[in-house]
Ligand binder design. Sequence first.
Ligand SMILES: C[S@@+](CC[C@H](N)C(=O)[O-])C[C@H]1O[C@@H](n2cnc3c(N)ncnc32)[C@H](O)[C@@H]1O
Length: 344
Amino acid sequence: MSEPNRTTSVDIPPPVAMLQMIAGFWVSRAIYIAAKLGIADLLKDGAKNSEALAQATGLHAPSLYRVLRALASVGVFAEDEQGRFALTPIAATLRTDVPGSLRAFAIAELGEDHYPAWGEVLHSVKTGEIAFDHLFGMDVWQYRAQHPEDGKIFDEAMASFSSVVNATVVASYDFSSIGKIVDVGGGDGSLIASILRANPGMKGVLFDLPHVIAGARRRIEAEGLAERCEVVGGDAFVSVPSGGDAYLLKWIIHDWDDERSVALLKSCHRAMAKNGKLLVVEAIIPSDDTPSFHKFMDLNMLVMTGGRERTEAEYQTLLEAAGFRLVGIIPTQSEMRVIEGIRA
Ligand SMILES: C[S@@+](CC[C@H](N)C(=O)[O-])C[C@H]1O[C@@H](n2cnc3c(N)ncnc32)[C@H](O)[C@@H]1O
């Protein structure tokens, strides 16, 4: 049988394709530098050379030049004949002030906690254990509680993604029959705020770990939703607020292994109103051998949290194990799906 040949759509020799992949983390770390130092923000009003950028960021100009030149060679920044660097559309995604900015995500995913944890990926593959916990001696949630700066940048990364994804979820799913919705692990509150704004008759509860809810409370108050949305801190493995008509879990289940996921889903099952709904918002990975960003996000989960990305069949099994029946998978314009369950 011949080898499948789908390295890229452009016909490049396999060793070149492999070298590009091997060097992938060099590119990632160079992007980390640009993101961390806010280079894209410094270029938003026009091109600058590495001396000017180094002066603004307190860096070594000749070394910064080499980083920017390398990044320009892969389309992040463009270098002109005078050695000045300008934003490209790809570089502009690292600006802080653009909708869906990827700056916080780049810092969070390539920085001080994720990067060393990924260095231990072999440990995860040898043992099935969480590389992060092995390295830091605690899980990511405890780590972020103890390192508020890292926690803040992670929350910003989630919020920035959410600013794009939330609108697609609100536009794709009909929330109108729900009287009270509980957002479990609701993070900064941006999703529940979008849902409540679009559904003026609805009430909400935002639930997350105690150290996370202060920021969420500020957002709910600033958006004038405090009357309609309670903000509650706690541990979802112990219990979640009761009496909701719908329990929403966005980007929660993929953080956990099957056993812990079932425990979380059971918490919702116990708490929900009689005809309540479960709404799990996640990407679904294809069950066949097609390309998917989330097949690598799955590795990120292996390294960071012990969670996983799942196929449709795997979500079905998970929901059933927690006493739910999967009744629908609603696509959105993003890669996220709303997986709808009811009590079996
Ligand atoms: C990947 S983030 C997703 C946040 C948000 N749902 C979103 O989509 O932007 C996971 C969230 O789960 C929360 N979390 C983790 N462990 C939790 C627990 N035991 N109980 C409640 N929330 C928890 C975290 O604080 C974090 O806000």
